[in-house]
Design a protein around this ligand. Structure first.
Ligand code: GLU
Length: 394
């Protein structure tokens, strides 16, 4: 099952339990607008997309990824998940997602900048502070967003900077945005443990993905929850250390794996590590019916979008492996994006404490609402998050 099939299956199941008609579900699953275009730089052409799924609760909101696997179905699934995510954590933003199908690691900065600027030129009339507010996602960061904002300002004269979030701090970005998704994951794990009487100190954790999401999650979970990170993996290698990999004092960089001390194992062995908690913080579509049996952890934390497919989700839950769902666990990024958008519109710049506190309040409430609904309706946390979101989107 790919991400689109999984998202749709889960939505259909949750909507069915809420008594929605097939027509209502079909309407929800149909994106309001799909933009598909080409970006040519020199003699190279890349396929590009922006799917605007729903603006029922506010402007379309969601990242833009640069990755060779980007295709229309994936962007559509991710846009749908953004609508669910915004509703699951109850912020007044809709859902959208964008992508350009190329690997930025194979190109220099001037090529990437041109892709970013041409992306904005193609979509100019469809984006803006009250229409669609894009942000970073896989392989895009504050620099890419700053190029996009600059292009948008050149084209429209809008200087509020509220047309994009995830900007660098010097260019209208928010304190706390870079670490926000990782911090949100730490909060989600903390609340899960609190609700289930699990002591976080000494809890063993393995993390797939040490990009900015996995890195900040690991560092904050070690510092604030006292967990022991026994393994971390990127796409090339897993590092394992039963005494714990030490993330304290490290600065985020793309070569962070070199700074961790542990035994080296093949990259995909991370899935089988015997830890209490397994964290997916890389790409989607990692766990399916075939490999879910390899998971030994008791808890799976979805920090990537759509890492566990719907069949695997049901099999995991059936064998008592609980999944803390992506639409809440990784919502820290979009929550702080929403706070950044508010600051830009008000012409304000808030302290890191204020931003982190608001993030904590919003995410804690979302986790508690979902846990309560799951207990009352006797459904998984993931179904509970989806069903609360669907009610808010109805
Ligand atoms: N790309 C992030 C996500 O998937 C953040 C989106 C945003 O900040 O709008 O949630």
């Amino acid at each position: 099952m790919n991400m689109l099939e999984s998202a749709e299956a889960l939505i259909r199941r949750s909507a069915g339990k809420l008594g929605w008609s097939d027509d209502d579900v079909d309407e929800l699953l149909t994106p309001q607008q799909v933009h598909e275009f080409e970006i040519t730089v020199g003699d190279i052409t890349h396929q590009a997309f922006r799917v605007q799924h729903s603006n029922k609760r506010g402007p379309y909101k969601g990242g833009i990824r640069f990755h060779p696997h980007v295709d229309k179905d994936e962007v559509r699934a991710l846009a749908t998940l953004m609508s669910i995510k915004g509703a699951a954590v109850d912020i007044p933003m809709g859902g959208g997602k964008g992508g350009v199908a190329f690997d930025p690691r194979e190109f220099d900065d001037s090529h990437i900048e041109e892709v970013a600027r041409k992306y904005v030129r193609a979509l100019q009339e469809h984006i803006g502070p009250d229409k669609d507010v894009p942000a970073p996602d896989v392989n895009t960061d504050g620099q890419v967003i700053d190029w996009m904002v600059d292009e948008y300002e050149l084209l429209t004269g809008d200087t509020t900077k509220a047309s994009f979030t995830g900007k660098k701090i010097a260019h209208g970005g928010s304190q706390g945005r870079e670490a926000a998704t990782g911090r949100g994951g730490m909060i989600a794990l903390r609340e899960y443990c609190k609700a289930n009487d699990i002591e976080t100190r000494g809890l063993t954790v393995a993390v797939q993905g040490v990009g900015n999401v996995g890195f900040y999650f690991a560092q904050l979970a070690q510092k604030e929850l006292g967990v022991k990170l026994i393994a971390a993996a990127n796409s090339k290698v897993t590092k394992y250390n039963s005494d714990g990999l030490d993330f304290s004092g490290l600065e985020f960089s793309r070569t962070i794996m070199d700074e961790l001390t542990g035994e080296e194992r093949p990259s995909n062995e991370i899935i089988q590590v015997n830890a209490d908690v397994l964290v997916f913080a890389a790409l989607g579509d990692v766990i399916d019916a075939e490999n879910q049996g390899d998971i030994q952890a008791d808890v799976v934390l979805e920090l990537a979008n759509g890492p566990v497919d719907d069949e695997a989700l049901q099999q995991l839950e059936a064998r008592d492996v609980h999944v803390i769902p992506d639409v809440i666990a990784n919502a820290g990024g979009v929550i702080v994006s929403y706070l950044e958008w508010q600051q830009n519109r008000a012409g304000e710049h808030w302290s890191e404490e204020k931003v982190n506190q608001q993030l904590d309040d919003i995410l804690t409430k979302a986790m508690n609402d979902a846990a309560q609904h799951a207990a009352t309706a006797k459904i998984s946390l993931k179904e509970a998050a989806f069903s609360l979101a669907l009610e808010r989107l109805a």
